[in-house]
Design a protein around this ligand. Structure first.
Ligand code: NAP
Length: 336
């Protein structure tokens, strides 16, 4: 079979397409024929670190969907032909997060990912693909979708009457926007582009701010909400956005701390958090339990993820290059 490997050698551009033997499922494992895999901002950061060692030979991308192709002994919950998606943390099945789950993140330093024709995983690391979604759509869910679900709904309790701020129009942001629209929450979108804001409006965004034209978007947000602010914030920017997020949060609101789009290690002034009785919710993706709950919601509400562009398996470097431009709206997917 063919699989992409991360490769730090000069000239490889960080990726090589390799011929490797097809893996066989052991007891308790399932082999999946991958139909589609999606890219996340994390995958760009991993590609940028490939020369630093530890990653050479790893299969990239956490997110993939496909069809069960073979099962190992003792597997009862899956059968060949089932449509499945892998959960981001192989070992975080349910319950609260434990730091011991981190090495089981797919497509990272210690675990191969989904950019291969066949992948073997434990039966417990998979969820059923929602029946109304194509493989391309289902492949967008594991990282961006589950992160937004876990932060905003499982932990943040977002519902009707709430006001959500999303930063930008990438994968996590648009899942948040779609969840808010489906729940009857008001959505505020900030973006670099008026054209993207128009598209966000069509998805249910009601307060739209171009952060290039209006760098003090927190003041604009407060004005547009009559001084109330946002009850839920998808904090995706990091150091470049965090203080404005703190100035945008409503009384009793929740900042869902997720992103590093402007770098790591924000050093915000947290004073307002206390005066407003607001919370910070730190999130690393989510569990299979979160994923299953999100899929029920997607099915009930007939939500289709927003796919920006689909690339062929031989076009993977182009897919990474496209994501890096930041010109995408929603998810970038590779179809096998
Ligand atoms: N903690 C976790 O478990 C977790 C999970 C998933 C993702 N993340 C993080 O969340 C962030 C988003 O991930 P993603 O995969 O959704 O990214 P993505 O799809 O690549 O989205 C990038 C988009 O963010 C917007 N953006 C960039 N800089 C911005 C800024 N300064 N202010 C506001 N918006 C900005 C741009 O949209 P516009 O052109 O519309 O402005 C850009 O196209 C990343 O930092 C990622 O590492 C963390």
């Amino acid at each position: 079979m063919k699989a992409y490997h991360l490769n730090g050698d000069a000239g490889a551009g960080g990726l090589v397409l390799a011929d490797v033997s097809r893996p066989e499922p052991a007891g308790g494992e399932v082999r999946i024929r991958i139909e589609a895999a999606s890219l996340n901002y994390r995958d760009l950061m991993i590609l940028d670190r490939v020369g630093q060692g530890g990653l050479n030979g790893r299969v990239p991308l956490s997110d993939g969907a496909g069809v069960v192709d073979a099962i190992g002994s003792g597997v009862t919950q899956w059968q060949p032909g089932d449509r499945v998606v892998a959960s981001f943390f192989r070992d975080w099945v349910a319950g609260p997060f434990k730091s011991s789950y981190v090495p089981s993140a797919l497509g990272g330093n210690t675990m191969d990912g989904m950019l291969a024709e066949y992948v073997v995983l434990p039966a417990t690391a998979l969820v059923s693909a929602p029946a109304h979604l194509s493989a391309v759509e289902a492949a967008t869910l594991p990282c961006a979708g589950v992160t937004a679900w876990h932060g905003l709904i499982a932990r943040g309790g977002m519902g009707k009457g709430d006001t959500l701020l999303v930063q930008g129009t990438g994968g996590v942001a648009l899942f948040g926007l779609q969840f808010a629209a489906a729940l009857g929450a008001r959505a505020i979108v900030i973006s670099s582009s008026d054209e993207k804001l128009a598209r966000a409006k069509a998805l249910g965004g009601s307060i739209l701010i171009n952060y290039r034209d209006t760098p003090e978007w927190d003041a604009a947000l407060m004005k547009a909400t009559d001084g109330e602010g946002a009850s839920h914030i998808l904090e995706l920017g990091g150091p470049g956005t965090y203080d404005r997020s703190l100035r945008s949060v409503a009384s009793g609101g929740k900042i869902v701390q997720i992103g590093v789009l402007t770098g790591f290690g924000p050093k915000p002034d947290l004073a307002r958090l206390q005066w407003e009785n607001a919370d910070i919710i730190g999130v690393t993706v989510g569990s299979r339990e979160h994923f299953t709950a999100m899929n029920r919601f997607l099915t009930d509400k007939a939500i289709h993820p927003i796919v920006d562009r689909v690339y062929g398996f031989d076009e993977v470097p182009d897919a990474f290059a496209h994501l890096r431009t930041g010109s995408h709206f929603g998810k970038v997917v590779v179809k096998l």
